[in-house]
Write a protein that binds this ligand. Structure first.
Ligand SMILES: [Zn+2]
Ligand SMILES: [Zn+2]
Length: 269
């Protein structure tokens, strides 16, 4: 089994971006992130970041966009002309909108922004999402002590990203972890993160030949999957963003077999 099916180039770019984001995080003033957690809303599956106000600095945002553009251009010089002029399109109002729309995965908004401004379709959402993540990660650090579990199907309790990665710790406890905001929470060993199914007859595991630390947990009820990585023998623990990237081959295996990032319970009538 080939360990990686995505190009080295793509993985290296992603790794460079993770390094940038680690750096950016240091320039965020934690005081500018004000959680206003409402237990009722959270138990209904509203992500904590939606209940948080973020006073972000436009100058940082623009600087980050420039840094991503430099990285992208270094990887692919042809992008230079496509990325030129983006910063000029982003004023304070646009930046706030980008942050909001990236948070709620509004690809329709970004596609029309791209079209109106003659940009390639992937560019605005990619930039916005990349610049949003450090804010989500600082938010997660601030609220982590309040995060104990997730509502099945609601995704990450901090940022709403579909749940897709778990690690096994200590005695084999399963801890869900979010590659987008790096929050973590407990989950039952046999439990589908998408539909809450805990029937061991319909929760199965796909194992990967030659890779004893990885499993894909799949649910026959909703056809959702998550990756379960036994990190107990790891010498150093990568961040969940890095772990997600390094186990992308598992996503391909799961999706090839018909399982989905977001499970769907079939209507039975
Ligand atoms: Zn998250
Ligand atoms: Zn399920």
């Amino acid at each position: 089994m080939k360990k990686s099916v995505v190009s080295k180039e793509y993985q290296n770019l992603q790794k460079d971006i993770l390094a940038l984001q680690e750096n950016w995080k240091k320039s965020i003033n934690p005081e500018s992130i004000i959680p206003n957690l409402d237990k009722g809303a959270m138990s209904a599956g509203v992500p904590a970041a939606a209940l948080t106000s973020i006073n972000f600095e436009i100058s940082l945002f623009l600087q980050w966009i420039e840094e991503i553009n430099t990285l992208l251009t270094k990887m692919n010089p042809e992008l230079e002309t496509k990325l030129a002029g983006i910063s000029a399109l982003v004023n304070e109002e646009t930046a706030i909108r980008w942050i909001d729309e990236a948070f709620s995965f509004n690809s329709v908004y970004f596609a029309s922004f791209a079209e109106e401004n003659g940009l390639e379709e992937w560019i605005p959402q990619f930039l916005a999402e990349t610049a949003l993540r450090p804010y989500l990660q600082v938010t997660a650090e601030k609220v982590q002590h309040e995060i104990t579990h997730a509502v099945p199907g609601a995704g990450c309790p901090v940022c709403g990203e579909p749940a897709r990665l778990a690690v096994l710790r200590d005695e084999g406890q399963k801890v869900m972890t979010c590659p987008r905001c790096l929050a973590h929470w407990q989950a039952k060993r046999i439990e589908c993160a998408h539909c809450g199914n805990y029937d061991h007859n319909t929760i199965q595991y796909i194992t990967i030949e030659g890779d004893s630390t990885s499993q894909i947990q799949v649910c026959e009820k909703c056809t959702g999957y998550i990756k379960v990585i036994d990190t107990r023998q790891y010498l150093s623990m990568p961040s969940s963003a890095m772990l997600d990237l390094n186990t992308i081959h598992l996503d391909f295996v799961a999706q090839e077999q018909g399982y989905q990032v977001v499970g769907q319970v079939k209507q039975s009538n």
